[in-house]
Design a protein around this ligand. Sequence first.
Ligand SMILES: [Zn+2]
Length: 214
Amino acid sequence: MSSLALTAARASLLSCHMCHRLNTSSPPLSADSTVCCSRCGMELHSRKPNSLARAWALTLAAMILYVPANILPIMTVISWGEGEPDTILSGVIALIEADMLPIAALVFFASITVPVLKLLSIIYLLLSVQTHSTWRLKDRTTLYRLTEGIGRWSMIDIFMISILAALVKLEAIATIEAGPGAVCFAAVVVLTMFAAESFDPRLIWDVTEQASHD
Ligand SMILES: [Zn+2]
């Protein structure tokens, strides 16, 4: 067995989420005891409470909403009084047909690749923690950091619709209206951001603690 560094949890130390004071809690914490910060009074937790259940609930909600986000029209471009509603995919195809490849690639990346990869990586992280996997702990922490960091960039798509709508309104020849798909898509982005936020990456490493106790 490799020698393990002393962890804060084993040393009965708890960091405050609010003021970051390092609190001592003796005797060692049981799973459901509540301890408060000695400086600001905030409730202390050694791990985010109900991290897995919250992350799963938010991830499942995002997965469900991802279906209408792709099926329902995300926007309608009305020019000269006529227009057809576009879903994400038909919008990408329309952009390719209009020879706007870089924008098509950006939309495809931001609204199809990123959300799917993000959902898959959160599901993988949740499953690997629940199965007490000891496989590539450091890489999984990196995966979590990427997942958490990339989330906000999916909003590019929503920003693009709003910017397009504003620009086109100025032209007064065409109008762009956001469709119900855009609302679902924005909800998917926000829910996956919250899901990544609810997941406690320290849970990935807790398996080494459990292994040392056995
Ligand atoms: Zn505090």
